[in-house]
Structure formats: structure tokens, C-alpha cells
Ligand binder design. Structure first.
Ligand code: MLT
Ligand code: ZN
Length: 474
């Protein structure tokens, strides 16, 4: 298969579109956390949607697996080929054009390989704003953001990626183009098939373009670093802040002292309270709306409740950027400290503190020497509940042991609260068995069915998320 297919691929994509030099393949066959190493006969780099269609027609004819890859920043090895050496990587990196910005439609049309930061900049140049903000925004690409239905730092106000997609262009596994790049807000004309591809991790087709929803650029922001007293009821605090700011709050992030210590030497001006920190931000596009005063009023109420040990309101943009840099570099801090085993927990808003208590008890009972780095989008009920790799432990062996022995307890606790094992990082190859285990059997039957319907030959990102042959959850 390979030689004939490679010849045909070179004819379609040209030399620059087909990488086979083993050294150049290396960064494409390993996930960003070095947890999964695969192999591939070639990395395909189409430069247009018709080239993606040609690739899929060839893949369907030769029945070979295609693994779509965008920025390769998946936390779940969702874009890494398996070790068989038979799956081709389809990189979106050359599909990197901003197609149009339409200010009155408040819409941005892009190729799927556009880096998220570049999409944000294109919106800003038109006086608008793309309310999708992730730690990895400098390297992740729109196709991956859509494939994982990424969340990030402002979901509380603007929703997940799914809520920001107006139009989509997708190439199906047989090479058919589904083009729905419209900028419509309303379109009730049958099944909304776009939704199938958002969060599908490239298992149903290759997303090649998207129309993203924009909002008026926030011109006023007010940001506070809230050092929490011990035992603060976070759900009640969130409800108060939302109410007293009339839902102007766009971020409500939690940082524990241990996570903070990974990025900032103790004694820095921004400290942790004994119950951790909440980073809260309000934003508005109106010159007439005094978000600073609204924030100050809400913060005053937190003090009255006895929930804050100290509150620092950013006085300058540099101070605000400093606060955000701390939050956004925690994952790098974990890496520097030797790595972490990540758990991307989601529970109902009302249960975050319950999860922290029960999860903490489970970890302490398993091994009281383990250190947790817990932070995340608590305003969305999403906790990054990470366990630091202890000094002297081999990272991969430790990750495997925690995955076998402790993670199931944490996931059971979340499931017992109607929560889930993946809030915003997806399923990929690493959480496929968890999906099979925790999904409602009826829902899992539909997931398998959708996969079989769109991809009857099983050539789209094989091994990720779900396969029609996977057994039903017991
Ligand atoms: C974050 O919120 O920083 C990301 O989701 C990354 C992580 O889990 O570490
Ligand atoms: Zn996150």
C-alpha cells in the first residue's frame, strides 16, 4: 500500500506536502507531554481544502488511517498516531490563512490551521474580540480547538468553543466536502451536523475551516487577586460575585498555594491566602459601564462575609498581566517541577468544594506524601486536579500507577456528583477506556453509531475516543 499511496500523495501535494525524513517526523509522532510515542510512514501537509479532499479519497481507497493534527497540544494524545507505522499524520499547519473578518456580522472566517493567537489578533485588528483564551493559544490551532471543544479562561461568560462556532467546513472520510461556512446566527433547516464535528477529535472528518463568533472588544477590565480565608464556600462565593456584578464576570479562576509556589517564589507580592486564591475578572465593551466600581463593590461584600484575607485589585495593565501570567504558567511550572498526573475534573458548580474535600481525602488515604497541584476554572465547575510526580519517581511509571490505582477513585467521586473525567481536555487515546466505562450505555451506543455512520471504514483517527467495535459499558 505505502509506496503506491506515497507516490499518489506526492503527485497531489508536491514534495513540501509529504514529509518522510525520519528526523522531521519526530515532533509529529509524540504527544506534547511525551506520554505516547507513535510512528507514521509520512506527515501530510496539505495547503488547501481540495488537497485534504484528495488525501481522504486516497486514504479511503487504500483503507489507511489518517490522524488529523493541529497544534499538537492535546493533553489526551488525541492527535498522535499509534505505533503500527500505518497511520498517516495529516498536519493542518499549512492551512493557515485568515479568510475574512466581517465586523457587522461579528464573524471571523479562518482556515483550521490558523494559530489561535493569530485568530485573536485578526479579530482585534477589526476592533472585535474572539472570546476564546487558552494557556496554549500561542501554539494551538483552530482545528484542534474545535476538535476538542476547548474551554479555557472565559467559558463562564462566553461558553466553550461549541458556543462560538457559526460555520464549519469539513472533509468527510470519503473525501466529500461539507461546506457550511455561513455567518448565520439562526438557521433551523434540519439536523445541525456541525455539532458532530465539534469535540469529535478528528474521528469523523477533517475540519478545514470555521467561522467564529466575535464580540465587541472589551475596553474596560477590572481584575482582582483574592487571597481566600480557609474553608470558603466557593459555590456561594461564585454566586455572589455573579449576582453582584450582574454577570459581568468573565473569569473566576482558582489557584491553590501549592500551584502558586510552582510559578512564584514564596514571598512575592501576590500571595496565596490560606484557602488559596481566586483570580476574578470583569470586562465590558462599554465606556459607560464602570466595571472597576462594580468589582470593588462585589469585593467589599466578600470581605464582609469573611471570605477574603486580602484582595489586590490590579491598578495597571502590567499588574493585570502579571496576575494572568501566574495563572497561565502553572502547567509549565508543573513540568519544571518534574511533571504531574493530570485530572481534568468537572462537577456541577455547587459541588466544587465537596470534590476538593473528598478528592483530598482519597489522595491522603492512598499516600499522604503525595502533593497536589490544584487549580482551574472553578467558575465552570472545572478543576485541574493534578498530582505532582514525587522526586525520584520515574514519570511514566508513576503516571501509569496513579492511572491504575488512584485516578479511578477520583473519577468515581466526580461521577458520584454527576461530574465527569474530562471537562475540557477531551478523550483522545488516553481516556478512551474511561469513556467506555463511565458513559451512559444508551449514549455510548449512539457515539459508536455516529462513528460508524460517518466513518464506516474506521480510517479517521483510529484509536481515539471510540470505535464501533468497542463493547458497551457494563
Ligand atoms: C489550564 O487551564 O491551564 C489548562 O487546561 C492546562 C492544564 O490542565 O494544565
Ligand atoms: Zn484548563
Amino acid at each position: 500500500m505505502s509506496d503506491e499511496m506515497l507516490r499518489a500523495l506526492r503527485d497531489e501535494l508536491g514534495e513540501a506536502g509529504v514529509l518522510t525524513d525520519p528526523e522531521r517526523l519526530v515532533p509529529y509522532v509524540v504527544d506534547q507531554r511525551d506520554l505516547v510515542k507513535g510512528s507514521t510512514p509520512a506527515v501530510l501537509r496539505p495547503a488547501s481544502t481540495p488537497q485534504v479532499m484528495a488525501i481522504m479519497r486516497l486514504a479511503a481507497r487504500h483503507r489507511v488511517g489518517i490522524v488529523p493534527q493541529a497544534g499538537n497540544t492535546s493533553y489526551c494524545a488525541g492527535a498522535t498516531p499509534d505505533a503500527s507505522g500505518r497511520q498517516f499524520v495529516l498536519s493542518l499547519e499549512r492551512l493557515d490563512k485568515v479568510r475574512s473578518v466581517d465586523p457587522l456580522d461579528a464573524a471571523l472566517s479562518v482556515d483550521a490551521g490558523v494559530i489561535l493567537k493569530h485568530a485573536q489578533e485578526a479579530a482585534e485588528a477589526a476592533g472585535l474580540y474572539l472570546p476564546l483564551s487558552l494557556g496554549s493559544e500561542g501554539s494551538c490551532r483552530i482545528g484542534g480547538v474545535i476538535g476538542t471543544n476547548a474551554g479555557g479562561l472565559s467559558v463562564l461568560r462566553y461558553g466553550m468553543t461549541r458556543d462560538l462556532i457559526l460555520g464549519l467546513e469539513v472533509v468527510l472520510p470519503d473525501g466529500t466536502l461539507v461546506s457550511d461556512m455561513r455567518r448565520l446566527r439562526k438557521n433551523n433547516t434540519g439536523y445541525d451536523i456541525r455539532q458532530n464535528f465539534i469535540g469529535a477529535e478528528g474521528t469523523l472528518g477533517v475540519v478545514t475551516g470555521a467561522v467564529l463568533k466575535l464580540i465587541p472588544a472589551p475596553t474596560r477590565r477590572a481584575t482582582a487577586w483574592v487571597e481566600l480565608a480557609p474553608g470558603v464556600p466557593l459555590p456561594e462565593m461564585l454566586a455572589l460575585v455573579r449576582r453582584e456584578t450582574s454577570e459581568l464576570v468573565s473569569s473566576f479562576e482558582f489557584i491553590t498555594a501549592r500551584s502558586l509556589a510552582l510559578v512564584r517564589a514564596p514571598g512575592g507580592r501576590l500571595k496565596s491566602g490560606s484557602g488559596g486564591v481566586i483570580l476574578v475578572e470583569l470586562s465590558s465593551s462599554s465606556r459607560h459601564l464602570p466595571v472597576e466600581a462594580v468589582l470593588e463593590g462585589a469585593m467589599g461584600e466578600l470581605v464582609e462575609q469573611g471570605w477574603a484575607e486580602d484582595i489586590i485589585i490590579a491598578q495597571t495593565e502590567a499588574q493585570r498581566a502579571d496576575m494572568w501570567q501566574i495563572r497561565e504558567t502553572i502547567p509549565e511550572g508543573e513540568k519544571r517541577a518534574g511533571g504531574s498526573v493530570k485530572h481534568d475534573i468537572s462537577v456541577p458548580l455547587s459541588r466544587t468544594v465537596d470534590f476538593l474535600a473528598q478528592g483530598g481525602a482519597a489522595v491522603a488515604a492512598y499516600d499522604p506524601r503525595l502533593e497536589l497541584s490544584v487549580y482551574g476554572h472553578v467558575g465552570d465547575g472545572n478543576l485541574h486536579y493534578n498530582i505532582l510526580v514525587p522526586p525520584g519517581e520515574e514519570r511514566l511509571a508513576f503516571t501509569a500507577r496513579i492511572g491504575r490505582e488512584l485516578a479511578p477513585q477520583l473519577y468515581d467521586i466526580a461521577a458520584g456528583m454527576d461530574g465527569t473525567f474530562s471537562a475540557e481536555h477531551g478523550v483522545g487515546r488516553l481516556k478512551r477506556e474511561l469513556l467506555q466505562h463511565y458513559a451512559d450505555p444508551g449514549r455510548y451506543r449512539v457515539l459508536r453509531g455516529i462513528k460508524g455512520l460517518f466513518d464506516p471504514q474506521g480510517i479517521m483517527n483510529p484509536g481515539a475516543m471510540v470505535d464501533p467495535s468497542d463493547g458497551l459499558p457494563s
